[in-house]
Every structure is written in structure tokens, then in C-alpha cells.
Design a protein around this ligand. Structure first.
Ligand SMILES: O=C(CO)COP(=O)(O)O
Length: 254
């Protein structure tokens, strides 16, 4: 049985103070939440602080990216091995901001996916279409291509214990979330697409929705059968809003 997962992607936001305050706020309001896994993904510089601050709580820690290499002459990079050493458990991969600003291809993302799994970490594979692709009716084509890059390179079993985040690019940071029905249709398409190769893998894979999720629209999104939680950007920087989202997921999937 898959469980709901709400993850906060802090992106390039935070400080030592914010990390301390936000985690302390989350620990207070999320103590009694059951049935929904909660993970925060601060910038790499604050991971160690975050891992120490969540100790003894039900909050996990993840990173926003890793390099394809584990060590060596790769100035400025962070490896999956280092993340594991730090105590992080999850890694966001292929976020549209990385695909756009850092030119990460489907193949590079698939390579990172395998490295994350080899280290025993959980990959959160971000997929989703741009506004132009959406208007051209290419949503399913783009999502299947992005997933197939992983399946073709590593087999459908690679998606066991993995997370997929469907994040339509036009919904990220715009305040214009996909409607619950729109998101459900794509999530079902994604699950059915994986099921063509393995029904078992498709049934257990967690498919999060991401893109302008907030404390107001979360409950309705989580009411959809194939939406297993959310990857939250802006609203994850506020303990109150993020907690409402987590509690909505726990309630919807109870
Ligand atoms: O990109 C996102 C999470 O990875 C979504 O960001 P927003 O929630 O700010 O739209």
C-alpha cells in the first residue's frame, strides 16, 4: 500500500535562522500527524543542520539535486554519497528549474536516478509539461517520455520505492494550480503508463502533484484517487500553511 508523501522544496530560499525556526514550527504542529510522510528539502548547505533539527521527529530530509558523479574533480558539486553521509533520505531529481536553467536532459536525470537508488536514497522524479506543450495537447507525450527515460535505461523495477512528482511547469510558482480533475487525469495516465510494464510497480509508486499547492486547494487535490501527496514550493516556507497541507493529506488518505 502506498502512503501519502508531502515534501517541501525550499528551492534557493533559507538561512540558518529560517531552517531553525521552520523546523521547530513544524515539529510543534505536526507531532500528532499520522499516515502522511513529511519531508523537507532545504538547500544543500542547510541539510546537516536540518537533519540534526528533525532528529526524533517524524520529519524526513531530502536534497534538491545531486551530481552524476560520486567523487572526484567536479568543482562545486554535491554527491549522492555525501547526501547519504549527511543523513538525507530523499533527492528531488529533474525539477523543471534544473531542466530549464541547468539544461538537464532526460538522460542525465535518468542517470542521476540510478545513482540515487544505488545509494539507497529515494528519488523524487519531477516530470511535467510546459504551457506551450500543454496547449499543443502534448502533456501525455511529455510525461511518458520523461518516465520512459528512466524505464528504458534501468527497467520498470527501478520505480519500486520511488516517487514521481507531476509538476506542470505552467502551475509552478504562478498561483495557477491544475484543477483536481486535470491533475487526476494526468496522474491516472502516468500510473496506467507504468502499469503497461508492471501493474505491481504502478500500484505502489507514489505520484505527487506539484504546482501552486497551498493550504486552500490541497484537500481537494488529495481527494483524487491517484494524487498521493504534494511537492510544495512557496507554501513549504511557512510552517502553518505547510502543516495544513500535510494534515489535509493525512485526512484524505486515512
Ligand atoms: O516547484 C514546485 C515544487 O517543486 C512548486 O512550487 P510552488 O508550490 O511554489 O508552485
Amino acid at each position: 500500500m502506498r502512503h501519502p508523501l508531502v515534501m517541501g522544496n525550499w528551492k534557493l530560499n533559507g538561512s540558518k535562522q529560517l531552517t531553525a525556526d521552520l523546523i521547530s514550527g513544524l515539529r510543534t504542529v505536526l507531532t500528532d500527524v499520522q499516515g502522511c510522510k513529511v519531508v523537507i528539502a532545504p538547500p544543500a548547505l542547510y541539510l546537516a543542520q536540518a537533519v540534526a533539527a528533525v532528529e526524533g521527529s517524524n520529519i524526513g530530509v531530502g536534497a534538491q539535486n545531486i551530481d552524476v558523479n560520486l567523487s572526484g574533480a567536479f568543482t562545486g558539486e554535491t554527491s549522492a554519497e555525501m547526501l547519504k553521509d549527511t543523513g538525507a533520505g530523499y533527492v528531488i531529481l529533474g525539477h523543471s528549474e534544473r531542466r530549464t536553467y541547468h539544461h538537464e536532459t532526460d538522460e542525465v536525470v535518468a542517470e542521476k536516478f540510478a545513482i540515487v537508488k544505488q545509494q539507497g536514497l529515494i528519488p523524487v522524479l519531477c516530470i511535467g509539461e510546459t504551457e506551450a506543450e500543454n496547449e499543443a495537447g502534448k502533456t501525455e507525450e511529455v510525461c511518458s517520455r520523461q518516465i520512459d527515460a528512466v524505464i528504458n535505461a534501468h527497467g520498470v523495477e527501478a520505480l519500486t520505492d520511488a516517487v514521481i512528482a507531476y509538476e506542470p511547469v505552467w502551475a509552478i510558482g504562478t498561483g495557477k494550480s491544475a484543477t483536481p480533475a486535470q491533475a487526476q487525469a494526468v496522474h491516472k495516465f502516468i500510473r496506467d503508463h507504468i502499469a503497461k510494464q508492471s501493474r505491481e510497480v504502478a500500484e505502489q509508486v507514489i505520484i505527487q502533484y506539484g504546482g501552486s499547492v497551498n493550504d486552500k486547494n490541497a484537500a481537494e487535490l488529495f481527494g483524487q484517487p491517484d494524487i498521493d501527496g504534494a511537492l510544495v514550493g512557496g507554501a513549504s516556507l511557512k510552517a502553518d500553511a505547510f502543516s495544513v497541507i500535510v494534515k489535509a493529506a493525512a485526512a484524505a488518505k486515512a
